[in-house]
Ligand binder design. Structure first.
Ligand code: GLY
Length: 372
């Protein structure tokens, strides 16, 4: 078991990582369930997959403790992060009589967490919520740190709020049912932590990545805990991404976002896969600028390829050129007026925000990579 605290003045909270946690929900979340003891329903949001897998067991576990859950179940996928679903969810929370001191439970991947977090940010000007992430990507990234959002026609995550959860419960056992492809996509974010700021963790992942991907309990728990410890420290330093600290968590995301946009944010390229390819491109571009050795860029690429994540741009079979990918980047919400910050590497474990990147050079680099 590991407990990692996210230290934020007045809004600190724990991330608890332990196998079997979900089966002990009434005990592990006891302080956040107290208010429902008088018979008011416990609001839990899930998607159809997580409801099918855990709905009945959670309902009967809570019933055994005199608690009655009320479920709001969404379709899996990004389509749940819309104004329409948000409206239905907030109406449902208000109809249940949720108060500002209550906690809503989010059981699912990043979509459920983002949606519930945002709904809780705006319901009664902010009520509490507990994250129970069920994908590796949500466990090591989106459930921690308080970024919440929905998507709009203009782009992904453009409407949202910083709203921290009150507790994050991570049960690595739930990853047993996660499809291998999603497991690998989440693992890209684990590798990201090593690459961005922890060379020793990167070394460990090179040696133990196959155990993590095979869900070997000790390796998996260590990988999740080490990732969250890094994220918690960064969020504590720079909660609102104003100091170039939290921005480091976007390593691979600017390139990756362009690739996701070009592939229509579809199953052709999962978010984590885009981040993986994006980290390869960030490493190779850093080598091209002479900031990282060719050997380190190869190491980064090798670790990503070893996890069977995309590490070779032509394999994505894109039909566009580098300039078009740069156009997608310009639409990235992180773009500033005239410059586009890029997360680059000075070494393994040494990411930094480069503000002097010439987008014409990026387009030329991408043309080279597309033809490689
Ligand atoms: N996923 C990046 C962040 O939480 O800042």
């Amino acid at each position: 078991m590991a407990v990692i605290s996210v230290a934020l003045a007045g809004r600190s909270y724990d991330v608890v990582i332990e196998e079997g946690l979900l089966a002990r929900l009434p005990a592990t979340a006891a302080p956040f369930l107290k208010g429902y003891a008088g018979g008011r329903p416990v609001p839990i949001v899930a998607d159809t997959n997580t409801y099918r897998l855990y709905g009945e067991a959670i309902t009967s576990d809570l019933a055994a403790h005199g608690l009655r859950p009320e479920w709001f179940v969404v379709e899996p996928g990004e389509d749940a992060k819309t104004w329409g679903v948000l409206e239905k969810l907030t109406d449902w929370l208000l109809a249940l009589g949720v108060t500002r001191t209550d906690h809503v439970f989010a059981l699912g991947g990043g979509v459920v967490g983002d949606l519930v977090g945002f709904a809780c940010a705006v319901t009664k000007r902010g009520c509490g919520f507990v994250q129970i992430p069920t994908t590796l990507l949500a466990q090591v990234d989106s459930s921690v740190g308080g970024k919440t959002a929905i998507n709009t026609k203009a782009g992904k995550n453009l409407i949202g709020a910083f709203h921290q959860p009150a507790l994050v419960l991570i049960d690595p056992l739930v990853l047993g049912t996660l499809p291998d492809r999603e497991m690998r996509a989440g693992y890209a974010e684990v590798l990201k932590y090593g690459l961005l700021g922890n060379a020793a963790f990167f070394d460990w992942l090179e040696a133990n990545g196959t155990k993590v991907l095979a869900r070997e309990p000790a390796a998996l728990e260590h990988a999740i805990a080490a990732s969250i410890a890094m994220k918690a420290a960064i969020v504590a330093e720079d909660e609102r991404e104003t100091l170039d600290r939290r921005a480091l968590l976007n390593l691979g995301h600017t390139f990756g976002h362009a690739l996701e946009a070009e592939t229509g944010f579809s199953d052709r390229l999962l978010h984590g896969e885009g981040v993986a390819m994006g980290m390869v491109l960030a490493a190779r571009y850093s080598a091209r600028r002479g900031e990282i050795s060719g050997a380190d860029a190869e190491r980064a690429t090798g670790a990503i390829a070893a996890a069977e994540l995309p590490a070779h741009l032509p394999a994505l079979r894109l039909t566009c050129d580098g300039a078009r990918l740069v156009d997608h980047m310009r639409h990235d919400k992180k773009a500033e007026a005239k410059t586009l910050p890029f997360l680059l590497l000075k070494g393994i474990g040494q990411a930094y925000v480069a503000r002097d990147v010439d987008l014409t050079d990026i387009a030329a680099f991408l043309d080279e990579e597309l033809a490689a």
